[in-house]
Design a protein around this ligand. Structure first.
Ligand code: HEM
Length: 349
């Protein structure tokens, strides 16, 4: 798979074999069987109907699925989102003039920048919870949380206030409550760093160097189309789905694939091309099959912080004339929950 531009070199995106198979076999397809108990769906109207048929259950929710067997109700989820929302707003209000070094290997560099920007003053015990190495196994994450929760977390470490998310940890009383609050810290802080750094890395890889007049928003919307970090949405078997399409059995889980609907020739001109200018006229909230943040009825609660954070980061990269190393012509997209290009070397232009 490759992207071509007049001023940028042809770069090849090497997808993990499973993703490459999906792209090769099902591009333009609507409904297809993936295995004995899973049906894939890439048809825009069927995706819409399935996602409208019932609300996501608690196990299907990416951020607020149960934490160590404990359900996270709406008031608690809202409190966590309010806290992280405030943290992101405070981070966005900080000066852009502070020198920052963004060269090096992405997405790691972007991840570190976001961690320091949003959760900078938090104690090491909390900041470590957004470490990329914890991605590998939930068991390891929980072990780090359990160890970190052993002692109370002091309300302020230095002269800067802690993040609002950290505040939820400092105010938790007792080991079990602290451990739970630290689990929620991980659940909300990690996506800020992981998803936004993935999105910006994907944008750089697909399109840098960008035309001067192209708005950051259009670049990001187009990156979310071709490389959607949330590339699949799972809904477990429900009779409502069979009623919508007889090819879906009552025992089938359904995997909706924005990865494919975002490249469907039925909905996009020149679907494989990176063309940010298509967003001058297309409406990201109402384009058939375009679901980078999920379905209209249950859209990502974090999207209002994701876009400004990604714009800030992309804006800094463009301001400092940073770009993908001209010698790098291939990069890998591993098979993971989050679709992102890895090992991208960013240098000064
Ligand atoms: C590039 C960044 C992101 C993308 C592409 C993204 C995408 C999505 C998608 C597709 C859904 C719907 C899932 C479904 O219906 O099954 C969703 C839901 C949600 N997202 Fe995001 N997201 C991003 C970042 C974030 C961040 C940073 C946060 C929080 C800090 C967040 C919090 C949520 C929440 C709370 C939900 C509702 C479901 C739940 O309770 O887990 N997202 N997101």
């Amino acid at each position: 798979m490759s992207t071509t531009g007049t001023e940028r070199p042809t770069r090849e995106t090497v997808f993990a074999p499973r993703i490459e198979d999906l792209l090769r076999n099902y591009r333009g397809a609507g409904v297809f069987r993936l295995d004995e108990s899973t049906v894939g769906v890439a048809d825009a109207s069927l995706m819409d109907a399935i996602l409208s048929a019932r609300p996501a259950n608690q196990f299907e929710r990416p951020t607020f699925k149960p934490l160590r067997g404990r359900s996270i109700g709406r008031p608690e989820a809202s409190a966590v989102m309010r806290a992280v929302g405030q943290d992101v707003r405070a981070a966005l209000a900080t000066s852009l003039d502070t020198p920052v070094r963004l060269t090096g290997e992405w997405p790691q560099v972007g991840h570190r920048y976001l961690r320091d920007l949003v959760f900078g003053p938090d104690p090491h015990r909390l900041r470590v919870l957004v470490d990329r190495r914890l991605e590998l196994t939930p068991k390891l994450t929980w072990a780090v949380i359990a160890a970190g929760a052993a002692r109370p977390v002091a309300p302020a470490a230095g002269h800067l206030p802690l993040s609002g998310l950290a505040g939820l940890v400092t105010s938790a009383e007792g080991y079990a409550a602290r451990r739970h609050a630290m689990g929620l810290y991980r659940r909300a802080a990690a996506p800020v760093c992981f998803t936004v750094s993935a999105l910006v890395t994907n944008a750089l890889w697909l399109g840098a160097p960008f035309d001067e007049g192209t708005p950051d928003t259009h670049i990001l919307l187009e990156s979310l189309r071709l490389l959607p970090p949330s590339w699949n949405l799972l809904r477990v078997a429900s009779p409502e789905f069979t009623a919508l399409d007889g090819r879906i059995r009552t025992s089938d889980d359904v995997l909706m694939l924005p990865l494919l609907s975002h490249r469907s020739p039925a909905h996009w001109d020149d679907p494989e091309a990176f063309r940010p200018e298509r967003w001058e006229s297309a409406d990201p909230d109402d384009h058939p099959g375009y679901l980078p943040f999920g379905h209209a009825g249950e859209r990502c609660w974090g999207r209002h912080m994701v876009m400004p954070l990604a714009e800030r980061l992309l804006g800094l990269l463009r301001r400092d004339r940073l770009r993908v190393h001209p010698g790098q012509l291939t990069a890998k997209v591993p098979l993971a929950g989050l679709l992102g290009v890895t090992g991208v070397s960013v240098t000064r232009g």
